[in-house]
Each structure stands twice: as structure tokens, then as C-alpha cells.
Design a protein around this ligand. Structure first.
Ligand code: RIB
Length: 275
């Protein structure tokens, strides 16, 4: 008889668990997987495709029943070769695996328009890593909104890598030679870095420079001033992805393969100019 080895474990590859977006996502996945008696093995790829590939091979050797990928730097052939149920989460891909993402493009337009709405005219964007698809989608959202507001000439792109410290340094440097009155950071960690940099330069938030982040992590409520952000349904994203994977593993019918979940604007002190 044919025997397919199963382990009741799944692999989860995230880029960087020290980014506070991911603990909440991982929590949701684990909660749902536990309901179905699966254990989750967590791996950090550090945004590197070699590391992601290595982990996928190791996970396969451990007979995981499926994988959730939030990194997705790999070529489709490499992933297909594995012949294991896969769900793509948070970072979209152009292949046909079931996927759960949030509406990055729309969220970025929302953030940019919000800064415009409170009077900002020189709006900078701190962009996430250029090889990460959701970072680019957020950049396109910013660009298109700036164009439609007639502000694209005034645009300033600050290169970030989704990490707090690097963003702080990048903003300190950019503001040596540029004047801005609004900053849209591609994630919340970078918004915290930007806040620190702006304050260090003796500027007031939101009066001189308004700041909005992206993700909706709890840290944004702990800063002074509290940070406005575009909130992603992080827990829900993880939970839906986990349920999709269980269905795939167990060969059940999947009525919806691709999810693009809505995001919402959360207005806090860092963009409140009403005084
Ligand atoms: O915080 C980092 C970003 O990486 C998040 O916005 C999330 O979308 C993830 O891809």
C-alpha cells in the first residue's frame, strides 16, 4: 500500500520575527493550526532567498504537511518542485498558490490622501525593500495618489528596509537637505524611526511634520505622540491563511483561493493638526 508520511506539522517562513507585525500574524496561525492539531515550525528568512530555499528543503525533510510563506522571493519552479501544499501570505506572488494579502495599493493611497487632507504638501515616502512586492505596491499607491493630487513634483522617496533603526538614520539624512511637512512610512517600525529622527532634529510632530505609518501594530499607541497608521487585519490574515492551508492539506474544496483584505485609516495624534 502507498503510504504518505505526515507529521501534523506545518512550516511557516517569515522574513523577520523581530518586526512586531509578525508576532501577531504567527499567533493567529498557531491558534488556528492548534485547533486542527497541527504544530507550527517557525523560520526567519531575513529577506534572503537562499535562506528561504534552505529552510524549505529542511522543512520538507521533516515531512511538514504544508507551508505558509510570507516571504516569497523564490522562483515558481523552485516552489513547485517541493510538491507540498503552500499558502502565500501578506506578500503577493504572481503564481497560483492560495493567497491572503491586504490591499497595499489602496492603503498607501489612503495614507497619502490623509496627509494631504490635513494640509501637507511636501509628502515624503519611506519605502520598504525594493524586492518586496508589498513595499512596491505601497510605493505605487503613494506615487499615483501624489500624481492625482498634483504633488508628484514635490515627492521625496527615502529608501528604507522595513526596520526601525535604518529608517531613523535614513530620515535624519534626508532631512539635512530636504524640507518635508508629511511622511508616509511604508510600515509602522519605520514610522517610529521617522518620529525619533524628526524629534531629534527639533521639529514638532504633527505641527511641522505629520507622520503616518502602516500595519497597525500596538507599538504605534505607545509613542509620543501616538502614531496614525493604516491598519491591516493582521490576525485575520493569519487565521484565513491557516484555514486555507488546512483545507489544502486535507484535500477539501476551497471556495475562495485568493483574498485581498481591506485596510483602514487610524487617525491619531501624529496627524492631528486640529490642535
Ligand atoms: O512591517 C513589515 C511589513 O512586512 C508589513 O507591513 C507586512 O505587510 C510585511 O510584509
Amino acid at each position: 500500500t502507498l503510504f504518505k508520511k505526515t507529521s501534523k506539522t506545518i512550516g511557516l517562513i517569515v522574513p523577520d520575527i523581530s518586526n512586531p507585525f509578525f508576532p501577531e500574524l504567527v499567533r493567529a496561525i498557531e491558534d488556528v493550526m492548534n485547533i486542527y492539531d497541527y504544530t507550527v515550525i517557525l523560520c526567519n528568512s531575513d529577506e534572503k532567498s537562499e535562506k528561504e530555499k534552505q529552510y524549505m528543503d529542511v522543512l520538507k525533510q521533516k515531512y511538514v504537511d504544508g507551508m505558509i510563506l510570507t516571504t516569497n522571493q523564490l522562483a515558481i519552479e523552485e516552489v513547485m518542485e517541493l510538491d507540498i501544499p503552500i499558502v502565500v501570505l501578506d506578500r503577493p506572488s504572481d503564481h497560483s498558490f492560495p493567497s491572503v494579502i491586504a490591499d497595499n495599493y489602496h492603503g498607501a493611497r489612503l495614507a497619502t490622501r490623509h496627509l494631504y487632507g490635513i494640509g501637507c504638501r511636501k509628502i515624503a515616502h519611506i519605502q520598504g525593500p525594493a524586492h518586496v512586492v508589498n513595499a512596491m505596491q505601497r510605493f505605487y499607491g503613494y506615487r499615483d495618489e501624489m500624481k492625482s493630487l498634483g504633488l508628484w513634483e514635490e515627492a521625496l522617496i527615502i529608501q528604507g528596509n522595513y526596520q526601525l533603526r535604518q529608517a531613523k538614520e535614513a530620515v535624519l539624512q534626508a532631512l539635512q537637505t530636504n524640507q518635508v511637512d508629511g511622511i508616509f512610512a511604508g510600515n509602522d517600525a519605520m514610522a517610529v524611526g521617522a518620529l525619533k529622527a524628526v524629534q531629534q532634529l527639533g521639529l514638532r510632530v504633527p505641527e511641522d511634520v505629520a507622520i503616518i505609518g502602516y500595519d497597525g501594530i500596538p507599538l504605534t499607541e505607545m509613542t509620543t505622540p501616538e502614531l496614525s497608521t493604516i491598519s491591516q487585519p493582521i490576525y485575520e490574515m493569519g487565521a484565513i491563511a491557516a484555514r486555507l492551508l488546512v483545507k489544502k492539506i486535507e484535500g477539501q474544496f476551497i471556495e475562495q483561493l485568493h483574498y485581498v483584505l481591506p485596510v483602514t485609516l487610524i487617525e491619531r495624534e501624529s496627524t492631528n493638526r486640529r490642535g
